[in-house]
Design a protein around this ligand. Structure first.
Ligand code: HAM
Length: 435
């Protein structure tokens, strides 16, 4: 057992996985760019109040899972690691006066998030999200566009069967009356409520609807549904979202019990799953509209919508399908030599090749030529550049200004003037990549 290990709920991404990961990051940047979302970066920690106010004090993400940072700063600020990016982005929107920019402001971010949750399969304490936000557009067309964008990301990442589940959770005009009905319903069945659910009935009754407790299944199936209680404005909005999705030919599943875990949501709520998957823990992504959040954090009333897609879970699904194999290209050339001690010559030549933009490595160890060549082959190098002649005269210098160029893949070898080496390797690289 090593003395130190990565903290529970975190993972090291070793090079093979990091490369597959980078492919997802590039895809996220490319697709969001295609839809007009521009990159943004916000700090990985904020004043805790940004999350407490933004996400809601009674949410799991704040109440149980917020990574609060100690100690406090001199000026009494309390910080927390970001559990999600939306609140920080909205904070930045207000701070930088983005309401004066052309609306909507469409931004995308991909990076690690932190929740002090109980680690289990697919649930980490540090996890990655690909997140987009469109702030300043009341919808409903942009809601449909965002759903379609999410599905496209999964499809192009290699998960074509991901489905979206949709609901509308109303707004401050219609939700309070609905919540009263909901609480009254649960109160009428108090005996059937598990203790944990009873405890949050007053604080966050909506959450009971997507309880994981099997004892709640029957009760929830018969509970009043918010989609049946939407005010006209919310009902029209939701119908508008569905109409745009229908026009795009996007299939969706209406899920009256879908309520989301953060308090800022209004109207459209979405979650992404593989078919048959259930429970928050297997959600590959989620999002929705947050028309009150900008105002809640001190800005002018401004509508917004976005999603966060869980890259760890996407990667796990891809691995499950055997579709995440990363191919790390070996170097184009490894500079090896007859004289094990001639590290200066080998390093100098490799530096020249790299300055010309070629992927090259020098053998910097002091092992025999045979071993050097073996290592180059093992790492998938295309060529070995051999210094010191053909391996028989033992001189560390280039013989007559020539080096031996061995094609490790074809098993051929020829002498090349060192002045021509960059040109030869560049040409080989281009044929290799495009030929
Ligand atoms: P969320 O549903 O809390 O929404 O998280 C979005 C996604 O992040 C989840 O569906 C899941 O794939 C992934 N995720 C969440 N927690 C974990 C975890 N502990 N381990 C691994 N993956 C996890 C939000 O965060 C909202 N900010 C989304 C949003 C953006 N809404 C509007 N704009």
């Amino acid at each position: 057992m090593p003395a130190y290990r990565a903290p529970r709920g975190t993972r090291d991404l070793l090079p093979d996985e990091r490369i597959a990961w980078a492919r997802l990051e590039r895809l996220a940047a490319e697709i969001s760019g295609r839809y007009g979302y521009r990159p943004i970066e916000t700090p990985m920690f904020e004043q805790s109040a940004v999350y407490e106010r933004g996400l809601g004090e009674a949410t799991d993400a704040v109440e149980k899972e917020l990574f609060r940072l100690a100690p406090r700063t001199e000026d009494g600020e309390v910080w927390a690691l970001r559990p999600e990016p939306t609140a920080g982005i909205v904070r930045a929107y207000i701070q930088h006066g983005m309401q004066t920019w052309p609306q909507p402001v469409k931004v995308a971010i991909t990076g690690p998030m932190f929740r002090y949750d109980r680690p289990q399969a697919g649930r980490f304490r540090q996890f990655w999200q690909f997140d987009v936000e469109a702030i300043g557009d009341p919808g409903p067309a942009v809601d449909a566009e965002i759903v379609e964008l999410g599905l496209r990301f999964y499809r192009e990442a290699g998960l074509p069967d991901v489905e979206v589940r949709l609901n509308s959770i109303g707004d401050p005009a219609c939700r309070p009356a609905y919540l009263e009905d909901l609480v009254a319903y649960y109160r009428a069945h108090l005996d059937a409520l598990p203790a944990f659910e009873r405890g949050r009935l007053d604080r966050n009754p909506l959450r009971l609807l997507d309880s994981k407790d099997p004892a709640m299944a029957e009760l929830n199936a018969a509970a009043p549904r918010i989609v049946d209680r939407l005010c006209d404005a919310c009902g029209d909005h939701f119908a508008g979202v569905l109409r745009h999705l229908d026009a795009l030919g996007i299939a969706y599943r209406l899920e009256p019990g879908l309520v989301r875990g953060l308090d800022y949501y209004t109207r459209t709520a979405m979650e992404f799953y593989r078919p048959g998957a259930d429970g928050q823990q297997s959600a590959l992504g989620g999002g929705g509209r947050y028309d009150g959040l900008v105002e809640l954090l001190g800005g002018r009333p401004t509508p917004g919508i976005g999603f966060g897609l869980g890259l760890d879970r996407v990667m796990l699904e891809l691995q499950g399908l055997g579709a995440s194999e990363a191919r790390i290209a070996g170097p184009l050339a490894v500079v090896v030599g007859v004289d094990p001690d001639a590290t200066v010559e080998r390093l100098t030549l490799a530096t020249t090749l790299r300055a010309a933009g070629l992927r090259a490595r020098a053998e910097l160890g002091r092992r025999k030529l045979g071993r050097q060549l073996e290592a180059a082959s093992k790492e998938g190098a295309h060529f070995a550049v051999i210094l010191g002649g053909d391996g028989t005269d033992g001189s560390p210098e280039l013989r007559d200004g020539h080096v031996e160029l061995r094609d490790l893949q074809a098993g051929t070898q020829r002498s090349v003037a060192s002045a021509d080496l960059v040109r030869e390797l560049t040409r080989a690289d281009e044929t290799h990549q495009h030929g």
